[in-house]
Ligand binder design. Structure first.
Ligand code: AP5
Length: 221
């Protein structure tokens, strides 16, 4: 299965990708996580990406496309993958489509998580992330058992630098300008499936699994 998870900041893409990765054998590829690793390691790519990320704007297409194409070549991505946060622009979507067509590995579906702006701001203002195992917590909806520490791996939790309200509002604007056009791009190709994400995490997971089951029926037909 080859999935793209689409949706604005705070929609729950990373949360659902993590849950799907526990259930299925698929590589989970988050461009946000890959870019943050580059920033942390001080690579040339990370230095270039940092200024964009701090402003809540997108890193340039050529940089992100190269990074993802390299990752899609890894062994664990051959069985299937979940792309979280890629593509985000029409040129990125076209690059992905061309690469997958050349490898005769078309996308299975694009799952779009729907959420309003105020809910996104509320979720991100309260988000804590584990930089080690990438699990997310939320002080309003899902706090860790022990304050400031990851339940799964015991690492100290951090607040992402781009989660302040001003930057989140900018990220939402950029999403509307650059990423919303992808909904039509994928709808035209019959790949888009929308999921209401303003409901508890477990319910979103249930609906995601229903879409995947339906997809398996269609693919198997
Ligand atoms: P990225 O890290 O991908 O950020 P994003 O897309 O803005 O998405 P988030 O990670 O903020 O939200 P999410 O939807 O994953 O929500 P989460 O599951 O964490 O990208 C960061 C930056 O990198 C970009 O701004 C850009 O600069 C750059 N970048 C990345 N990809 C790029 C690309 N392709 N091209 C160019 N630049 C790129 O959940 C949020 C919170 O809500 C958590 O606290 C969680 O616990 C909680 N939560 C989740 N679901 C629910 C629920 N159903 N109910 C209650 N709480 C919930």
């Amino acid at each position: 299965m080859r999935l793209v998870l689409l949706g604005p900041p705070g929609a729950g893409k990373g949360t659902q990708a993590g849950r799907l990765a526990e259930k299925f054998t698929m590589a989970t590829i988050s461009t946000g996580d890959l870019l943050r690793e580059h920033v942390e390691n001080g690579t040339a790519l990370g230095r270039e990406a940092r200024a964009f990320m701090d402003r809540g704007e997108y890193v340039t297409d050529d940089v992100v496309v190269r990074m993802v194409m390299r990752r899609l070549g890894d062994d664990d991505a051959q069985e299937g993958f979940i792309l979280d946060g890629f593509p985000r622009t029409v040129p990125q979507a076209q690059a992905l489509e061309n690469a997958l067509a050349a490898a005769s590995r078309p996308l299975s579906a694009v799952l779009k998580y729907k959420i309003g702006d105020d809910m996104a701001v509320k979720r991100l203002a309260n988000r804590l992330t584990c930089p080690n195992c990438k699990r997310t917590y939320n002080l309003a909806f899902k706090p860790p058992t022990n304050e400031g520490v990851c339940d799964a791996c015991g690492h100290e939790l951090v607040r992402r630098q781009d989660d302040d309200e001003v930057t989140v509002r900018r990220r939402l604007e950029v999403y509307r300008e650059e990423t919303e056009p992808l909904e039509f791009f994928y709808w035209e190709r019959g790949l888009l499936r929308e999921i209401d994400a303003e409901v508890p995490e477990d319910v979103v997971t249930e609906r995601t699994l229903e879409e995947i089951a339906d997809l398996a029926d269609v693919e198997g037909a």
